[in-house]
Design a protein around this ligand. Structure first.
Ligand SMILES: [Zn+2]
Length: 306
């Protein structure tokens, strides 16, 4: 069959030719199921371990040669229709973002897939968000690395602390339980214990032995091991319990009452988040600025080329 005057390689050929960043990005875009959206940052994190490449992802998505089926429906001729659904990629706050065929088309396509859009944003964003379950960095830490766990969660990483791992009957000690848990959940084990590192590696667990005691130094060690950790705090995860946090909607500020650490003067003036599991409240206050300042310092010190 002929492809009319559309001088494009087939989608498969295109993806094979571009075994590079753009090809990788578009391959991920193809995994987003109908009725779901993901963000440029999620794709960046999946590919590089960091949201830092979100802008590059946006550019790669914008150059998608097969944006959507519908406008191409008259151009059949290649068997399966070329279709890389980049209309399902939105901004990290749920904002619709751009689209090569126009924002109105993007909104129409998303609505046709059952996604609710309100005020240019995806409604029920948390529920609609699709997350990749591949290379995204997820960790388990030993009991020596409680502070590092907290920091990794502040940076958005799903990090389980050893003390929170249920020890099943039949596993003689915590080390075995940690290694088994890391293997089962495909998490990277971070430990200060040489013996635990060795035994976990024998079980096929990806494992990093942390050699320094101070948390900033420990984060830097992760870079030395070529883990491209994002260095921007993101309000997605509870630093206490690792569960997801959600933004407190306007009119639902009741959840903030009765928590004596919440600055009531800030209510209505800044965003708040609540942990879905333990109920802890987060907001962008001075502690966030401190965290950013410390991370910036680290940013300047991390090895070049990361
Ligand atoms: Zn929590």
């Amino acid at each position: 069959m002929m492809g009319l005057s559309l001088c494009l390689p087939s989608e498969k050929q295109f993806l094979n030719m571009n075994k590079n960043f753009q090809g990788d990005v578009l391959n991920l875009v193809k995994q987003i199921p109908q009725g779901k959206v993901t963000t440029y940052g999620e794709i960046a994190r999946e590919l590089t371990g960091s949201v830092g490449a979100a802008r590059a992802v946006g550019q790669a998505v914008a150059k998608n040669p097969y944006p959507i089926i519908k406008p191409l429906q008259g151009l059949r001729g290649r068997g399966a229709e070329p279709h890389i659904p980049c209309h399902r990629v939105v901004k990290s706050d749920g904002d619709i973002g751009g689209y090569s065929l126009g924002v109105d088309t993007k909104i129409r396509l998303l609505r046709e897939e059952g996604i609710e859009i309100k005020g240019g944003k995806v409604a029920n964003f948390e529920k609609t968000l699709f997350r990749f379950k591949g290379k995204t960095l997820r960790f388990v830490t030993d009991r020596m690395l409680g502070k590092l766990s907290t920091w990794l969660r502040i940076l958005g990483y799903d990090t389980v602390y050893a003390a929170d791992i249920p020890i099943k009957n039949g596993e003689e000690d915590e080390d075995n339980a940690i290694a088994a848990f890391a293997a089962c959940e495909a998490r990277i084990l971070l430990t200060r214990d040489k013996n635990l590192a060795a035994s976990a590696r024998k079980k096929g667990v990806q494992c990093l032995q942390i050699r320094t005691a101070e948390v900033m130094e420990q984060l830097r060690e992760l870079f030395h091991h070529n883990l491209a950790i994002n260095l921007e705090p993101v309000p997605v995860r509870c630093s206490e319990c690792n569960a997801r946090i959600r933004k407190v909607e306007a009119g639902k500020e009741n959840v903030l009452k009765g928590k004596n650490y919440v600055p009531t003067s800030r209510i209505g003036k800044c965003d708040f988040w609540v942990c879905e599991r333990c109920g802890r409240i987060y907001w962008e206050g001075s502690h966030w600025r401190n965290i950013r300042a410390q991370l910036r310092q680290l940013n300047g010190l991390k090895p070049s080329g990361v």
